[in-house]
Write a protein that binds this ligand. Structure first.
Ligand SMILES: [Zn+2]
Length: 319
């Protein structure tokens, strides 16, 4: 009896080489098509409902089960991914921050991606240090640059230590007002497009989301502001989740929803709260095969698209 599923996580899925931002970290559309063809041959696509039924009913999953998840609400998911999933009869699980739909604002997390894609890292580091030096002691209390670097610069599977330093510093380490200020300044300097125009191009619209939902795609909750949820106070967490639920009214069932923790940022507190608000499962960014006979349904691990062909041949099979 199979209890395992490969849950795969995607972000940008677009024609990258020919795009204005050829250094953006994402999956090229050609490779996405190849990956779907490979997975179709290799395994069995399941929906999130099927996964939950298997968890609830102790039922077996199809052999080599595969579940596809798409984070952050990019237009790529409507234009590129949705037609391919439809054509192949696959249900995708999509989750996007509520703020995108409600306010059409460009999120800091995405500004950071395009700052990094537009600027050589050495140059960017000097811009960042310049801003830290400027604001230090100037109404903000900021540790020394070297101290911050030692604390944050830890390379991961996909990013160098320098890149992680910039990401963590601007995603979560500095206080919110300050990091937002610096991100905006760097976006203007490095990308130089109006945030409104950029947001219009980058994300799906509510009509597109509703259409996909109507056509059988499943939407989850990814917070409102794309915060690291495990770093929020209880009150901030409540606001973030409640605002997100409100925005997705009519798209996400408030008594039966799946939480996709931004950056995989869950904790016992976060899980207890989302459970109390109608969540029935959660996906993280921990990299593993999900074994539903042992794994908590609120911390389901996910592979990255780069863990499977054509990007990698070393994928771990589910049985
Ligand atoms: Zn996200």
């Amino acid at each position: 009896m199979n209890n395992k599923v490969s849950i795969i996580m995607y972000h940008y899925v677009r024609s990258i080489a020919s795009s204005r931002y050829s250094d953006i970290k994402g999956l090229d559309l050609v490779l996405f098509r190849q990956q779907i063809a490979f997975l179709k041959e290799y395994g069995n696509f399941i929906s999130f409902e099927q996964l939950l039924e298997a968890i609830d009913g102790g039922r077996a999953l199809p052999k080599k089960s595969v579940l596809l998840t798409f984070d952050d609400g990019y237009i790529d998911h409507y234009t590129n991914v949705f037609p391919i999933l439809k054509e192949n009869g696959i249900q995708g699980f999509f989750s996007m921050p509520g703020k995108i739909l409600a306010e059409h604002k460009l999120l800091d997390v995405n500004m950071i991606h395009f700052i990094l894609a537009s600027t050589p890292i050495d140059k960017l580091l000097s811009f960042v240090y310049d801003r830290l030096d400027y604001y230090r002691g100037n109404e903000f209390d900021i540790p020394a640059n070297e101290e911050l670097y030692i604390k944050l610069a830890k390379a991961n599977r996909f990013d160098s230590a320098e890149v992680i330093f910039v990401k963590r510093l601007l995603q979560v380490e500095l206080e919110e007002n300050l990091r937002h200020l610096i991100v905006k300044e760097l976006f203007n300097k490095c990308v130089g497009m109006s945030e409104e125009a950029f947001a219009q191009e980058l994300y799906m619209s509510e009509d597109q989301v509703r259409l996909m939902s109507k056509e059988g795609m499943l939407f989850g909750i990814h917070g409102y502001d794309h915060y690291w949820m495990n770093r929020l106070t209880q009150e901030q967490l409540q606001n973030d989740i409640q605002n997100a639920l409100q925005v997705f009214d009519g798209i996400v069932d408030p008594n039966h929803w799946i939480c996709c923790y931004p950056y995989g940022s869950c904790s016992e507190t976060v899980i207890d709260y989302v459970k109390s608000q109608g969540a029935i499962a959660g996906v993280t960014t921990e990299v593993a095969l999900a074994d539903i006979s042992v794994c908590d349904r609120f911390i389901l691990p996910r592979f990255d698209t780069n863990d499977f062909p054509p990007k990698s041949e070393n994928f771990k099979c589910s049985n």
